[in-house]
Design a protein around this ligand. Structure first.
Ligand code: ADP
Length: 596
């Protein structure tokens, strides 16, 4: 019987509701757990950042200490240590290089400018050009080159300048002597259209500019490099790292508004202490740190990378510290989550199992309730038939006073049969009730199964129900000794015969056969009637169970006959078995241990 819809809906709701609540609860717990994990990650990152900030502060302090050590700066007048940066293309305030003195050249200058006798000045300058004093040598070479150039003697002029290109530590009119000489040679080649030499000279000039040979101001550097590019007729930019460092220094230098401090620009950091300063590249800083840093240092306005950031205002460091937040699950949280998942899985399984068991119990109860109500209806029907005939014969006997004696007798006999049927019905029900309650006493006594079978067959054949039937009894003439409760066994055989007749359909033959098989004695009741579908057979011996096809045909019955037969068989230490095929009839075989 299908379950009522409302019951089904209520059941589904009852199961779905806790399951949905469980899922919602689980999701919420997971959310909370994730939030906690995020907070923990932040805390870890914060403490890492604080530790790093403290380390960096002490590292910075030791760099500052380095800056105030007198021998840390070489040469003494250079106000910039270029540790870790490499050559700087130009400086914010380049140190002034020494210039040649005027006095050794007073005589030659007079001859050149006042007496207008330049040729006489040359022998005066020649020994000075070989002076071990670089300043004097530079002054002499400069003048010699100038005098030769004026006299259009290009080669000696070029030779003098060439010598001058080797003097890097002397300036002439604020410009490094070597730079001045290179530019002069380039101009001379340009004027005389000696292009290949011009290109070679300009290339040399540019490479010396890029190697930061001389301490130049930004303007001087730009002027010289632009000139060189013109002479080369193409741009030749400096190495990017060198340019980046020079740009950083130029940007940071004017921002030094305290006696000591640190600032960063791009990848470079400038530290200063009074006039002493240090421009440090990331590689230099990394080499200074006692332990490698896993955090990132950036300088505003660079957008900091994703993670926990500590701005300079919080750390008094020149950098923004960024600690990337780890995306890996934290171990304590992942094990907790696993436990959570496991708990929810178990709970979910429990709910499913409970639902399944409840569902089965409900279905069983409903089935039992249906069987019981069918039973009540069937019993009422069984009672109604004999009661109706009793009432009819009663009325006829009462109303019709002049009935002949033989008719009267037949009526009384019919009344007696109806009474017998009622009696049997009541006995059957009482017996069934006792069996169910386990209160039916069985008195087993030596019995001849063959004789009992013959007696039951004869008695049943006299029944009105068996009137049209050929009840064949096959029992051997010799006794088949068993130990049995005769009344109970008779009831079992009677039930089987009753069923055989009831479910015979158009067939009119029923056989009852008793025989011995080794230690067992069997009594089989066979009909050639409706038979039983295979799928119905296993459950037919349960109480109240009736075949679907039989019910559909409207054949009355209570569903307790076979249950009683099984009960009786088992009480005798035996069993009841069934062989049947739909449409071909059935054989019910009662097997009881033979008595020795
Ligand atoms: P009922 O009062 O319905 O006969 P039983 O317990 O005696 O109750 O039998 C249970 C069911 O077994 C019957 O409803 C019927 O479907 C099936 N059955 C019993 N005996 C036979 C038979 N000889 N032939 C076909 N079906 C039978």
């Amino acid at each position: 019987m299908p379950l009522p819809r409302s019951l089904l809906a209520a059941f589904v709701a009852l199961i779905l509701l806790p399951a949905a609540m469980l899922v919602a609860l689980g999701l919420r717990l997971l959310d909370q757990d994730r939030a906690l994990e995020d907070r923990r990650r932040r805390e870890l990152a914060e403490s890492a950042a604080n530790r790093a900030a403290a380390t960096l502060q002490s590292q910075l302090a030791s760099l500052h200490r380095l800056l105030i050590q007198p021998n840390a700066i070489a040469p003494a007048k250079t106000s910039l240590i270029r540790n870790g940066v490499g050559p700087l293309l130009y400086l914010p305030n380049p140190p002034a290089l020494p210039e040649p003195p005027a006095e050794p050249f007073a005589a030659s200058d007079r001859l050149e400018f006042q007496s207008n006798q330049p040729e006489k000045a040359i022998p005066l300058l020649a020994p000075l050009a070989a002076s071990p004093n670089l300043a004097i040598r530079a002054g002499a070479l400069l003048r010699l080159a100038r005098l030769h150039r004026k006299a259009s003697r290009l080669d000696p002029a070029l030779a003098a300048w060439s010598q001058l290109t080797r003097i890097h530590t002397i300036a002439i009119a604020g410009e490094p002597a070597a730079l001045l000489a290179r530019r002069a040679r380039c101009r001379a080649f340009e004027d005389t259209r000696r292009i290949p030499e011009l290109r070679a000279e300009a290339t040399q000039l540019l490479s010396e500019l890029h190697s930061a040979r001389w301490p130049l101001s930004r303007d001087a550097y730009l002027l010289a490099s632009q000139q060189a590019a013109q002479w080369l007729a193409r741009e030749l930019p400096p190495p990017p790292a060198a340019e980046e460092a020079a740009t950083a220094l130029a940007a940071l230098w004017p921002r030094r508004n305290t006696a000591e401090g640190a600032l960063c620009h791009g990848r470079y950091t400038l530290l200063w202490q009074g006039d002493n300063a240090l421009l440090a590249s990331p590689a230099y800083l990394a080499a200074q740190w006692e332990q490698p840093l896993t955090i990132r240092l950036t300088c505003p306005p660079t957008a900091p990378p994703a993670g926990l950031t500590l701005p300079p205002a919080l750390t008094s460091l020149p950098w923004t510290l960024t600690v990337p937040l780890t995306q890996h699950p934290l171990p304590e949280f992942s094990s907790r989550r696993t436990a959570l998942f496991a708990a929810f899985a178990v709970l979910f399984l429990l709910i499913c199992a409970a639902a399944w068991f409840t569902w089965r119990a409900i279905a069983r109860e409903l089935h039992a309730a249906r069987l019981q109500s069918d039973f009540v209806a069937a019993v009422s029907h069984e009672f109604r038939t004999p009661l109706t005939s009793l009432r009819q014969f009663n009325e006829m006997l009462t109303d019709e006073a002049g009935l002949p004696a033989d008719v009267r007798r037949r009526y009384y006999q019919a009344q007696s049969r109806a009474t017998d049927r009622l009696h049997r019905l009541v006995e059957t029900l009482l017996d069934f009730g006792r069996m169910e309650a386990g209160r039916r006493p069985y008195t087993l006594e030596p019995t001849d199964a063959a004789a009992l079978t013959r007696a039951v067959a004869a008695e049943f054949a006299a029944e009105p129900a068996a009137r049209d039937f050929d009840i064949q009894c096959l029992a051997p003439p010799h006794p088949l000794p068993i130990r049995a409760d005769r009344e109970a066994l008779t009831r079992a055989l009677w039930n089987l015969l009753d069923n055989a007749v009831k479910y015979s359909g158009d067939s009119r033959t029923v056989t009852i056969e008793a025989s011995a098989h080794g230690p067992h004695t069997t009594i089989a009741v066979t009909d050639q009637g409706l038979g039983i579908p295979a799928h119905e057979q296993p459950r037919l011996f349960q109480k109240f169970v009736r075949g679907e096809s039989i019910r559909a045909r409207g054949i009355p019955g209570t569903g307790i006959g076979l249950a009683m037969v099984r009960h009786i068989a088992e009480a005798h230490g035996g069993a009841i078995t069934l062989q049947s095929a739909e449409g071909q009839g059935s054989t019910f075989t009662l097997t009881i241990p033979s008595a020795q």
